[in-house]
Design a protein around this ligand. Structure first.
Ligand code: ME8
Length: 526
């Protein structure tokens, strides 16, 4: 498999502006950031989008409670999300807010087009309504959950409205064919199977407007009493952000990263809307699972969300890169939920970052300092370290893992390469050899291979550890990588990761440990 530079567009959900950012939002956005950085590192022309979803009815209520108008309340909270992502080093290329004119104008155009082609029509609807989710629930589903919200447990209400409907039923067969034929990829596979099974049960038309929103939202064209349903408004963000001059080539999106609870909207409603508009479908939707906290489900009622204060505490104690590493490698990619637990964080940090990556980096740079005058030594022709072959195989595994979004496997491949370096040092003991006469060339050859393997591992880990790996590059005399990838610049992974890139004679510097060991301390009060 080779890397051909390409164009790549990745999105996160746009988060409800009413909430304070928490680990769930930080997680989805961080892994999207890792994916975006990986693509930039490959040299792809990359666009990463995140943002906030503002037109929920609860924004109006929350604003009223504070004596504010909805827009001011939304402004404050949108800023909190933006600041959070900025301070967490997220490299999004844009931040979309659904109350922005650029979005509202596009959505009005899309809905107008759907009304004109008959995909949206006026009608009446009665059904079980989950007010917290602003979502109607089918009779079956309502019954299954004892007429309580499956999300927050509050009673569902019977609601009757004159609405505009989207002809979802018309797209059932095309959607099935696209999902099953792979033209539209829904992952993980278990989740795709659930979606397919539900589509087979039959698709009903869906209401896409609401009344009584007090003017907060985007009006239905030519019927200002009706507001476009917040979910429809929100889904369009992915398109509205790039449906402008200079960005159109980003559509279709390559990847919508979302949580599992919003898969139906993304795997069924959204592609059907796009089919109605005659637009291309996104290439792939990936629904990750959920974080739980210290073994317990996180919920508003339990008040046990891992919040920003907790996350900041981890950043202060371990570094931002360490938090990114933990989220990326231990997070709920795939179909299992993941536990955010202090003990686990400490264990992973010390095992992978302090004792493997940081330690190996210190050892190799220290020995180069001591035995090679601080200069990259000459490689030994016909070296038998096996590290070159290992690095080549690692790169292959890493690419495959990245392509299938197994970010945990991608990181593990790179960390395993570093473990091989440690094993090689143990086997060859360059610190002993250095004391023997006439062995300096052999010592140099050993250390060259070690440094080279570490350099390659640092490239592969950069999307997850952008700060510390850039520091590592500086110490290995590879500042050019940091210059190229700064400010969302493109890298050349294919060329950089080729064995032999480290130039003999280049000064290598030591420095503070990249990941100092951290001792356990009592868990902060929840
Ligand atoms: O649903 N673990 O917004 P939202 C992992 N506005 N990820 C989690 C999580 C958890 N415990 N909790 C939340 C909305 N998330 C809509 C989306 S998109 C067009 C509109 C993440 O603020 C996960 O990505 O409720 C989930 O899908 C998202 O936050 C929901 O954020």
């Amino acid at each position: 498999m080779t890397d051909t530079p390409d164009r790549f567009y990745v999105t996160t959900p746009i988060y409800y502006v009413n909430d304070r950012p928490h680990i769930g939002h930080v997680y989805s956005t961080t892994i999207a950031d890792v994916v975006a950085r990986y693509h930039r590192l490959r040299g792809d022309q990359t666009f990463m989008l995140t943002g906030v979803d503002e037109h929920a009815a609860k924004v109006v209520t929350a604003a009223e409670e504070r004596g504010l108008d909805p827009q001011s309340w939304a402004d404050q909270n949108a800023a909190a999300f933006q600041e959070t992502f900025f301070s967490l080093g997220v490299s999004n290329d844009d931040f979309i807010r659904t109350s922005e004119p650029r979005h509202k104008e596009r959505v009005t155009e899309y809905v107008t087009a759907l009304i004109e082609n008959g995909d949206v029509y006026a009608g009446e609807y009665e059904g079980w309504y989950d007010a917290g989710q602003e979502e109607y629930i089918s009779e079956n589903k309502a019954k299954e959950s004892d007429y309580l919200s499956p999300i927050n447990g509050k009673p569902l209400t019977k609601k009757r409205e004159r609405n505009y409907f989207f002809r979802l039923s018309a797209y059932q067969d095309r959607l099935l064919a696209l999902i099953e034929g792979g033209g539209f990829v829904v992952e993980p596979e278990a989740r795709r199977n659930e979606v397919v099974a539900r589509i087979r049960e039959g698709l009903n038309d869906v209401a896409i407007s609401r009344t009584g929103t007090g003017g907060w939202g985007i009006p239905i064209p030519n019927d200002p009493d009706q507001t476009i349903y917040v979910w429809i408004d929100a889904l369009f963000n992915y398109l509205s952000a790039v449906d402008v001059d200079g960005r159109r080539e980003y559509w279709p999106a390559d990847l919508h990263l979302i949580g599992k609870e919003i898969l139906w909207f993304h795997a069924v409603i959204w592609p059907a809307l796009l089919l109605g508009l005659g637009r291309e479908l996104p290439r792939r939707v990936y629904a990750h699972s959920f974080w739980i906290s210290e073994g317990r489900k996180m919920s508003k009622s339990l008040g046990n969300f891992v919040d920003l204060e907790r996350l900041d505490d981890y950043v202060a104690r371990f570094s931002l890169d360490a938090l990114r590493y933990f989220l990326t490698t231990q997070g709920p990619i795939g179909t299992n939920d993941a536990d955010f637990a202090e003990a686990k964080f400490l264990e992973v940090y010390n095992a992978d970052l302090a004792n493997t990556l940081g330690n190996s980096f210190s050892r190799v740079t220290n020995m180069i300092g001591r035995y090679c005058d601080g200069l990259v030594p000459q490689p030994g022709g016909g070296s038998d370290s096996g590290l070159q072959e290992k690095a080549v195989a690692t790169l292959e595994d890493y690419r495959a893992a990245m392509a299938s979004l197994r970010l945990d496997h991608a990181a593990a491949a790179a960390v395993e390469l570093v473990r091989q370096v440690d094993g090689y040092i143990e086997r060859t003991q360059p610190y002993r050899l250095a004391k023997e006469e006439g062995k300096m060339a052999a010592v140099g050859a050993i250390l060259y291979d070690c440094a080279e393997a570490i350099r390659i591992a640092s490239l592969l880990l950069w999307p997850i550890l952008p700060d510390r790996m850039a520091t590592a590059w500086g110490r290995l005399g590879c500042d050019s990588y940091a210059h190229a990838t700064a400010s969302r610049g493109a890298g050349q992974l294919e060329e950089w990761a080729r064995w032999g890139g480290l130039q003999p004679g280049t000064p290598v510097s030591k420095g503070d440990p990249l990941f100092p060991r951290v001792l356990a301390e009592p868990a902060p009060a929840a």
